[in-house]
Design a protein around this ligand. Structure first.
Ligand SMILES: CCCCC/C=C\C/C=C\C/C=C\C/C=C\CCCC(=O)SCCNC(=O)CCNC(=O)[C@H](O)C(C)(C)COP(=O)(O)OP(=O)(O)OC[C@H]1O[C@@H](n2cnc3c(N)ncnc32)[C@H](O)[C@@H]1OP(=O)(O)O
Length: 261
């Protein structure tokens, strides 16, 4: 009986793994996301109305869109990169269209599959760590843009009051979380799914709570399944280095991810 249950779980893992892979792979090409990116490209970021296929309902919230907690610097930088987005980058294209904004959900494993409910295999109440606060502006407010041509990502991050470490400053673990998120998202764009194998961080200067900072990642090299990515966190004008890091990601197969290794 136990063997039969285990066989059933293994079959589920295999088939859902394949589904998940196809879902994640096409995340930025599904009609709803395309509609949104197209709208954003024309500058209408805040009032986007997404037309979702029925299998995606209820409509997931895209946490990377501007909300009322975003400060002026966050909004200015979002607009700066968003105005250079034009959906998917075309071959040989320069200037406009270099950047692609990545949508961000609090249950990516569910929505990445196109609505298939994986929660029973993962956990019914599981939420992405960086997107688990109901109070806008209290925790991690961020948006990630990818530049496939130059193999880099940029994240605009506004640190909320629940991320305090030293008095008035952002907790080192919260900074590490954001570095893992940006470099991990970058590695996922290159080859998905991935897992963090190694993360080295040097904290150079504290980040005041409430500040907006830039987190930039770039691909240093690739060796088979390994991706070496470096990352720095700076003030938005680039004059102050807050944190620098290097990370190693390994592409894994979905059964590794779903079975927890
Ligand atoms: C996780 C999310 C992915 C979900 C995808 C779905 C949707 C994506 C959509 C949007 C993305 C959204 C958010 C992304 C945000 C954040 C990303 C967070 C990522 C994480 O937060 S994830 C949690 C922390 N992470 C772990 O929980 C990993 C635990 N760990 C393991 O699961 C294994 O350990 C593993 C898989 C790492 C390797 O296992 P393995 O069996 O596949 O590979 P193996 O050990 O054979 O090593 C092969 C070659 O790598 C070298 N190597 C291995 N480890 C090394 C190390 N540490 N340093 C230096 N070299 C190393 C070996 O030396 C060998 O090298 P060589 O080939 O040259 O001999």
């Amino acid at each position: 009986m136990k063997a039969a249950i285990n066989r059933h779980r293994a079959d589920m893992t295999r088939s859902l793994g394949g589904l998940l892979f196809r879902g994640v792979h096409s995340l930025t090409s599904i009609p709803a996301v395309r509609t949104q990116l197209g709208h954003l490209a024309s500058g209408g970021a805040v009032r986007t109305v997404m037309t979702l296929p029925s299998f995606l309902s209820p409509k997931p919230r895209d946490f990377s869109l501007p909300n009322s907690s975003w400060g002026s610097e966050m909004l200015r930088l979002h607009e700066h990169y968003n105005s250079q987005c034009e959906g998917e980058m075309e071959e040989g294209e320069e200037g406009r269209g270099l950047w692609l904004r990545l949508p961000s959900y609090n249950r990516s494993l569910k929505y990445a599959t196109g609505g298939v409910y994986l929660s029973k295999m993962v956990q019914a109440n599981a939420r992405l760590f960086t997107r688990n606060s109901r109070e806008q502006g209290a925790g991690f407010e961020y948006v990630v843009f990818v530049n496939k041509k130059e193999n880099k990502c940029v994240c605009i991050f506004q640190a909320g009051h629940l991320l305090e470490g030293p008095p008035g400053c952002v907790h080192g673990g919260a900074i590490a979380t954001m570095i893992d998120t940006v470099t991990g998202t970058h590695a996922n764009v290159l080859s998905r799914p991935v897992m963090t194998a190694n993360l080295n961080i040097n904290y150079r200067s504290p980040i005041p709570l409430g500040n907006t900072v830039l987190i930039e990642s770039s691909l240093d090299s690739r060796e088979g399944r390994k991706m070496f990515i470096s990352c720095k966190v700076t003030s938005t004008d680039g004059s102050k280095l807050h944190t620098e890091a290097t990370a190693l990601f390994l592409s894994v197969n979905f059964s590794h991810l779903l079975k927890g290794g």
